[in-house]
Ligand binder design. Structure first.
Ligand code: HEC
Ligand code: HEC
Length: 270
């Protein structure tokens, strides 16, 4: 319903602008197109099913009210997400934006490696997972405001040089240089997460947070090259891990990914 109203508002605004001769469709269209494609408020038709799935599977950690204060939740680090703040770390959308339904579905399906968040691919049907995603979205009013939605970013495929070990070594060395400038303060020279700034960091929920040890295999976002790249363009909302979309080029981001891969291999080789 909200979606339909919003679409109507866009059409009317465009018609109005055209009549007044102020802004042409080109000026107004992209914003409307983005919002109608990606504005995705909770789907109320799935509410009851989603609530049932949530009550049976998620309350022990995320709590009855979605505030992350379930009986098991208070014992694990990192703590389960508090859904009432509407802040989500693992997304394909730009820094500050809400995740897409598919981002949430991916989290519920695959879980978050290295945390207590389990994967539900075997336990719940896809329909149950989709329903519970819609229910999660009822805990924060942010999901009712179109301005909190942005189109997902297109994550490119890794460049061919990842397959050529000589070139990969050169690029990883470039990546190390960028890492020294942009990342070492938090992640430490060897990526162990013990940089000088690391001790003073807090997340949006007021808890201490430590930079990831990049030598370990359990990167929360996933293990693929594209998962690492994604973190660099989206950042992790609610944490000091910012987006580097504006401050690095695509090539520099892949060089950073190459360096992180090298760190991991050095660790495994030991
Ligand atoms: C055993 C505890 C546990 C259970 C059960 C659990 N979660 Fe989580 N969940 C977590 C933890 C811990 C995190 C935070 C991980 C982090 O910060 O990296 C989390 C994070 C999340 C996130 C946030 C991802 C993001 O991008 O920030 C979503 C969405 C989520 N859980 C959904 C669910 C749903 C839906 C269920 C039930 C089907 C569920 N969880 C059951 C522990 C749990
Ligand atoms: C201000 C401190 C800070 C800086 C600077 C910083 N990070 Fe992070 N980074 C963090 C924190 C904190 C986390 C852990 C977030 C969490 O556990 O939710 C993190 C997590 C990560 C992760 C793991 C993400 C995941 O899904 O588990 C990667 C990869 C990463 N950072 C790469 C980088 C790279 C590359 C740079 C430099 C371009 C960088 N970071 C700069 C603080 C920082």
């Amino acid at each position: 319903m909200i979606r339909r109203l919003f679409r109507l508002a866009c059409v009317l605004a465009l018609a109005g602008a055209a009549m007044l001769g102020t802004a042409g469709p080109e000026a107004g269209a992209p914003a409307c197109r983005d919002a109608t494609n990606f504005f995705s408020p909770p789907d109320d038709t799935l509410y009851l099913q989603g609530r049932y799935v949530f009550q049976r599977n998620c309350i022990p950690c995320h709590g009855e009210f979605g505030d992350g204060k379930g009986p098991m939740g208070v014992t694990v680090v990192p703590r389960p997400r508090n859904f009432t703040t509407g802040i989500f770390k693992y997304r394909t959308t730009p820094s500050g934006a809400l995740p897409t339904d598919d981002d949430l579905l991916r989290t519920v399906t695959q879980g978050i490696p290295g945390t207590a968040m389990p994967f539900f691919s075997e336990i719940l049907t896809e329909r149950d997972r989709r329903a519970v995603v819609q229910y999660v979205k009822t805990f924060s009013r942010k999901w009712r405001a179109p301005e909190n939605f942005t189109a997902p970013l297109k994550i490119p495929e890794p460049p061919d040089w990842f397959a050529d070990s000589a070139q990969l070594a050169t690029r990883a060395e470039q990546g190390r240089k960028i890492f020294t400038v942009a990342c070492v303060a938090c992640h430490g020279t060897n990526g162990d997460g013990k940089g000088e700034a690391a001790i003073a960091l807090e997340d949006a929920w007021g808890r201490k947070i430590v930079p990831a040890d990049l030598r370990r295999p359990w990167i929360h976002s996933g293990r693929e090259l594209t998962d690492l790249y994604k973190v660099l363009v989206t950042g992790l909302n609610g944490t000091p891990m910012a987006s580097f979309a504006e401050t690095t080029t695509e090539q520099q981001r892949w060089e950073l990914v190459a360096f992180i891969e090298r760190l991991r291999h050095e660790m495994t080789a030991k």
